[in-house]
Write a protein that binds this ligand. Structure first.
Ligand SMILES: [Zn+2]
Length: 331
């Protein structure tokens, strides 16, 4: 999710850094001609899974889960795994004194995934990296993109649409909460909505797992469980190895599904929340969420949740996302 902090709070206002970065230089040279990308193909045919960590440079859980897989010498029993460390340039800038600042170098790598951006003339660290990664993305059938959050939210899936990715997420127990997003509500296109991954009629899937707070031990546990479950669902990992690698009791959070309903963009410089929202706060129709200038911003429906809120949004910036609980029987 997009959580650019326009006014980064001081380091002491963040949760403690229980897990820090480690040296990834040994993973730089892969086998597909793209730095920090490694491909493993089994003799038996099967799905091509793209496993992504570090889309945001200070979100370590994808890095810890994927390096655990690589360090175990794991390889697919069928099909292909492509392991990609996405924004290593940002990751290498991590500074514990300013831990929110290495999310990206120039701008969010997870908002550039459209031909409009990738085929245009504009250049930046992130656009060039996306161009380099593009062949790996286009070769894949399915994408698992491992993320985390700046605040200690319940872990949750982000599902780009109601087609195949939603059905896949329903088969995965960790995280427990699933949120179907509104790509049209975001300021740019995330990887999981790129090309055919955004096609509601197609078989390709892209999922984001938001695994918990960036630097918490629990977050790394959720990410590793999520990764191993994902490889198991596609029947591409040795069962004994999967059992050995998967954490026993990851803190998955409650099992529930919701659909994003509102991506609220601040209109004025005098935008302020009615109270601090900590993530997945339940709200009802008419609950005052914030004040935008003199106008109260209210929840338009019952069974609502403030999925996340961004501190100090500027006019025209994404402020908060609301979702509504799905109460239909779940197939
Ligand atoms: Zn992220």
């Amino acid at each position: 999710m997009d959580r650019i902090l326009s006014d980064p709070p001081p380091a002491e206002s963040f949760p403690p850094i229980e897990v820090g970065p480690k040296d990834l230089s040994g993973y730089r040279f892969g086998n597909v001609g793209i730095d920090y990308v490694h491909r493993f193909t089994a003799a038996e045919p099967g799905p091509h899974l793209l496993l992504v960590g570090l889309m945001h440079g200070n979100e370590f859980c994808g890095m810890t889960a994927l390096t655990a897989l690589l360090e175990a010498g794991a390889a697919p029993t069928r099909g292909t795994w492509t392991v990609a460390f996405a924004n290593v340039a940002a990751y290498e800038r991590f500074d514990p004194a300013h831990p929110s600042l290495s999310r990206f170098v120039d701008h969010d790598l997870n908002r550039v995934w459209s031909p409009d951006v990738l085929d245009a003339d504009a250049s930046s660290v992130e656009i060039e990296r996306a161009r380099a990664l593009r062949p790996a993305v286009e070769a894949a059938d399915h994408i698992l993109d491992l993320h985390s959050t700046i605040l200690s939210f319940e872990p949750f899936w982000v599902i780009p649409h109601r087609g195949a990715p939603r059905a896949l997420a329903r088969t995965l127990p960790v995280p427990g909460t699933r949120v179907v997003m509104r790509p049209e509500g975001l300021q740019g296109t995330p990887l999981i909505a790129y090309g055919r991954f955004g096609d509601r009629q197609g078989d390709s899937t892209g999922l984001v797992a938001e695994c918990g707070q960036h630097w918490a031990e629990d977050c790394q546990t959720v990410a590793l469980a999520c990764l191993i479950d994902y490889l198991r669902v596609f029947d591409t990992i040795d069962r004994d190895l999967a059992a050995a690698l998967r954490p026993a009791d990851p803190p998955a959070g409650p099992e529930r599904e919701m659909e994003a309903t509102v991506d609220y963009v601040a209109r004025t410089a005098d935008f302020r929340y009615a109270r601090p929202w900590r993530g997945f706060d339940p709200v009802s129709k008419g609950t005052v969420l914030a004040y935008d200038g003199a106008e109260p911003v209210t929840c338009p429906h019952d069974d609502g949740f403030v999925v996340f809120s961004r501190p100090h949004p500027k006019p025209g910036g994404e402020a908060m996302t609301l979702a509504q609980l799905v109460t239909e029987p779940q197939a």
